[in-house]
Design a protein. Structure first.
Length: 660
């Protein structure tokens, strides 16, 4: 920091010296025109300024270091060229074109141009496309003006040897490019500038003025050395050095840029281009100025197109966000109200409105934390959305409340019960289900608020109807006992239960039937608690006596589950869960439709989960191979209709997983 202050003070001293010396006015002129303050002093100023710029580059890293090194080398090339010009060429009557000084002078342009572009890339990494177009508009308009003013004068004197012509034209073209870059840099920064870019811009503008005056007066044969305008070259190098030692500043955010500034400057540069075209129509301008001016107007049309597209995209995004729940991606309450109005007014077909409120979610949140709770809401919302996606729409009202609108093609309560079954998740230590209330529209309500109020009343009547029964409590006790006895079964049972519930939904089971299937899937292996571990964990094939033990586990499971009267129907499904469609299963040799549908569903899901799971003695199958095996055994071991429903369910879930 201390070194930086010293350097900035030195830059300020150089700037002050430049003003006093180059002004050459009043009594100061006689004092500063001595041997110490004349040419050697001037050379010291421009050389020191160039060295200071290079010194700053040594303290930086990355693109900033390369950028300032290029600008510093460009300044040094110009300084050496000017020292040579004042020492050797200035007093000659005829100065050769090109000369040795021209090499240094012209090297200044590409080096500074490259440095400015690198600096701009580092300081403005993510400018929006509209700002890039603004920058191009400004650059083209500024270039057109430079071409109209300076290049027009130089072109009048073009003649002689081709190399001399190229050299004379290189200066105004180089000035045009640098001026365009600095104007474009201000546009890319949202028409705001920190001290670095203000000093760089001022330096290049002064350089352009000095060069333009020199080129025009040389073309008119009125140039007198030295000239007041010569100060622009010196000031440019000093300002470059001052800019190099300024701290980097961030770019103002898009939302901080004033609307007037965002539109005024592009319109001003477009007007400049239009004015030059008018002048070209009334008089004569060189082709370069005309082309650049026309191009500046074309970029305004491009900017207008981009702005319209961005505004349309923002409007569409705003509308979508206004109607979408940010956590689940479902519709929000505003979207529901809009859709309800269409249904109750008769604009849309009759529908079932169902409201859902999660049961057990607070306990889940308290046990696992709010991030886990949000993740659960996302999963349940995705399941509900996938379930209704073909015919209706799902919404999240807020908190743990969800809602659906479905076509009225069945009893409203049955439709709601099927949808409600997707809003459940069970695991070790938690059981999340939902209560629901449903009404038929517009049969039961003719206003949106009335419909919501009635559905809400029915939902809370359902919630307070004693839904948490001995059945759920007994099931939890049995599952806990099974998991304590065989911890490795927990994941298998959860997987089978989730698959069985999804297949049952596809087969249009609902209400208690659906609940029985899920519970049977969770408890179908409970009888294994009575099987010795030596048999369950045996890696090789079982003998006949051991198979006898295994075949008894469904009977034992039935006895355990049936001990709870509320689970007697579930117990029957557990007993039949290993029966085969062709009658070759156990324990009763049931066949075909004599096997309860719930047991047939559990059998298919149990077999699939067992095939894809890894075991100590084998690696699990790929799901595609397991599906092929189910289809091969359809009609013998498994119910073909259940296998088809399972394959469709698995494919739908795979599509949801890949989309996520």
């Amino acid at each position: 920091m201390k070194g930086g202050r010293v350097v900035r003070a030195l830059v300020a001293l150089l700037a002050g010296w430049t003003v006093l010396y180059e002004a050459e006015i009043g009594p100061l002129h006689s004092l500063l025109d001595g041997p110490v303050f004349h040419k050697p002093g001037y050379w010291a100023v421009i050389t020191t300024a160039s060295v200071l710029t290079l010194a700053r580059a040594r303290l930086l890293r990355g693109r900033e270091r390369v950028a300032w090194a290029l600008i510093g080398v460009g300044s040094l090339c110009w300084s050496v060229a000017d020292i040579y010009w004042t020492l050797v060429l200035a007093d000659r009557k005829v100065i050769p074109v090109p000369s040795i000084s021209d090499i240094g002078y012209l090297a200044f342009y590409p080096l500074v141009f490259a440095g400015l572009c690198l600096l701009l890339r580092e300081r403005v990494p993510n400018a929006p496309r509209t700002l890039w177009v603004d920058g191009l508009t400004a650059a083209l308009a500024a270039g057109a003006m430079s071409a109209a003013v300076v290049l027009q004068a130089v072109l009048k004197t073009v003649g002689g040897n081709p190399l001399g012509v190229a050299t004379n034209l290189a200066y105004p073209i180089g000035d045009l490019i640098l001026l365009s870059v600095v104007v474009a840099s201000f546009a890319l920064r949202g028409w705001r500038a920190d001290r670095t870019w203000t000093l760089l811009g001022l330096g290049i503008v002064l350089f352009w003025i000095a060069d333009s005056y020199y080129l025009i007066t040389v073309a008119d044969e009125t140039y007198v050395y030295p000239s007041l305008f010569d100060n622009g070259w010196t000031a440019c190098l000093v300002l470059f050095a001052a800019a190099a030692w300024q701290p980097a500043r961030g770019v103002a955010r898009a939302e901080d840029r004033g609307a007037a500034r965002f539109t005024l400057f592009p319109l001003a540069f477009a007007s400049l281009g239009l004015g030059l075209l008018v002048i070209a129509a009334l008089g004569s301008l060189n082709p370069i100025a005309v082309v650049l001016a026309a191009a500046s107007l074309l970029t305004v049309f491009a900017r207008l197109s981009l702005s319209l597209r961005e505004n349309a995209s923002m409007l569409s995004s705003s509308r979508r966000e206004a109607l979408t729940d940010s956590l689940t991606g479902l519709g929000n309450r505003r979207a529901l109200t809009r859709d309800l109005e269409r249904v109750v007014s008769g604009e849309d077909e009759p529908a079932v409105l169902a409201l859902f409120d999660l049961d057990g979610f607070k306990h889940y949140n308290d046990s696992f934390g709010h991030p886990a709770g949000d993740a659960l809401l996302q999963r349940l919302g995705a399941k509900l959305g996938a379930h209704v996606s073909r015919s209706g729409r799902a919404y999240r009202m807020g908190g743990d409340e969800f809602c659906v609108l479905l076509p009225l093609r069945d009893d409203a309560d049955r439709t709601a019960a099927v949808a409600a079954s997707t809003l459940s998740e069970h695991g070790d230590g938690f059981d999340v289900t939902c209560s629901f209330g449903a009404i038929a529209l517009p049969l039961e309500a003719t206003e949106a608020e009335e419909a919501l109020r009635l559905a809400d009343q029915r939902m809370y009547a359902h919630k307070h109807g004693g839904r948490t029964s001995a059945r759920s409590q007994t099931r939890d006790v049995l599952l806990r006992a099974l998991w304590e006895r065989h911890p490795d079964l927990g994941e298998h049972l959860n997987g089978v239960a989730a698959l069985a519930e999804s297949v049952a939904l596809r087969l249009e089971l609902a209400g208690e039937e659906l609940e029985h299937v899920r519970h049977a899937a969770e408890l179908h292996d409970v009888g294994k608690m009575a099987i010795p571990d030596a048999i369950l964990d045996k890696p090789g094939p079982l003998d006949e006596n051991e198979w006898g033990f295994i075949r008894r586990h469904t009977i034992i499971g039935e006895r355990i589950v049936a001990a709870a009267p509320a689970l007697r129907q579930v117990a029957a499904l557990v007993r039949a869960s290993h029966e085969h469609w062709d009658g070759s299963g156990y324990p009763d040799g049931l066949a075909g439709a004599d096997i309860p549908l719930g047991a047939r569903i559990v059998a298919v899901c149990d077999a699939f989960d067992a095939m894809i799971a890894d075991r100590p003695y084998r690696v699990g199958m790929q799901p595609e191979l397991a599906l092929a095996e189910l289809e091969r055994c359809a009609g013998s071991q498994f119910d073909p209709r259940v296998v088809t429903a399972f394959a469709e369910t698995w494919a739908a879930q795979a599509a949801v997983r890949s989309a996520a």
